[in-house]
Design a protein around this ligand. Sequence first.
Ligand code: CA
Ligand code: CA
Ligand code: CA
Length: 323
Amino acid sequence: MFLALRVGDRTGQRDELRAGHHDDHHHDLDCEHLEHDLDHDPRADHEPAHRHDHRPRLDLHRCRPDHHRGSDHRACHCEQHRARDLDHLDHDRRLDDRASPPTCGDGVVEDFEQCDDGNAIETDDCASCQNAFCGDGIVHAGVEECDEDGDNCESCARVHMRVFVSSTTATAKLGGLVGADEDCQALADDADLKGTFRAWLSTGDVDAASRLQHAERPYKRIDGAPLADNWADLVDGTLLNPIVITELGDKVGVDSNCGICPVWTATTPMGVGLDDDCSAWNAVLFDDVVVGECTVKDARWTQGCATRMCSLSSHLYCVEQGL
Ligand SMILES: [Ca+2]
Ligand SMILES: [Ca+2]
Ligand SMILES: [Ca+2]
């Protein structure tokens, strides 16, 4: 049996080893005989099934210069060749390792990387193998509200919370409060507002005031016009300006009166839910609910105009949520 056939596990390496020893044909034959002898040595301490992995090895330390003849000499000769073959294989494997260069995303932190979490998620604490920080242009999820130059982002937090009236209208079959929140978020995302938004909307069981954050920061329209100094001011019955600007910055209606811009709310000015809620915003019924009017800044902004049938279409108010 040719020695290299047993230590090489890849054809290329076998061929390379084979080529390296063609100058020593007698060595091959001698070692083949020697291995036959060793395999049939009754003193050999090994399992036949695993013979190739655990065949008897000759301790090279026994290969003293005076082992110049007989079976000891031959064994030493073969074992030295075997050791040299294994050295070649180790060398080849080290070359193979270097052949695949380190990359960002391999989960190993290299010298040129601050971190490597092995994923492609840019909004966690390791983005493109650099530690996340305020000012890197990426909003760190759960840590930063924003990361951008602008007058509504300081130290990666919003200076004020934005509120808009949806540019689109829909029947009261909104998919529940969750569906309405998703609508708000989708509109904000499409308008590239880069924030978290939820609907100013209640059911008979869930008040808007319990669903929304109570920010100490001012509430403003998309165009920057102030609506309230803080949450308490937002729910005191009047606004500083009507929420008549959409997520796109457009104004809904020129006049200011009930019926121009109806908004689904089922919510009192204090943020309390009302019982008629179109089956919790899940059905189009022959039912009327309280709506707001986006063109006014008195209490009718959320309650006070005529009620509206669930089957008709109305807008939504969307309120930004901080962390
Ligand atoms: Ca890496
Ligand atoms: Ca990451
Ligand atoms: Ca950041």
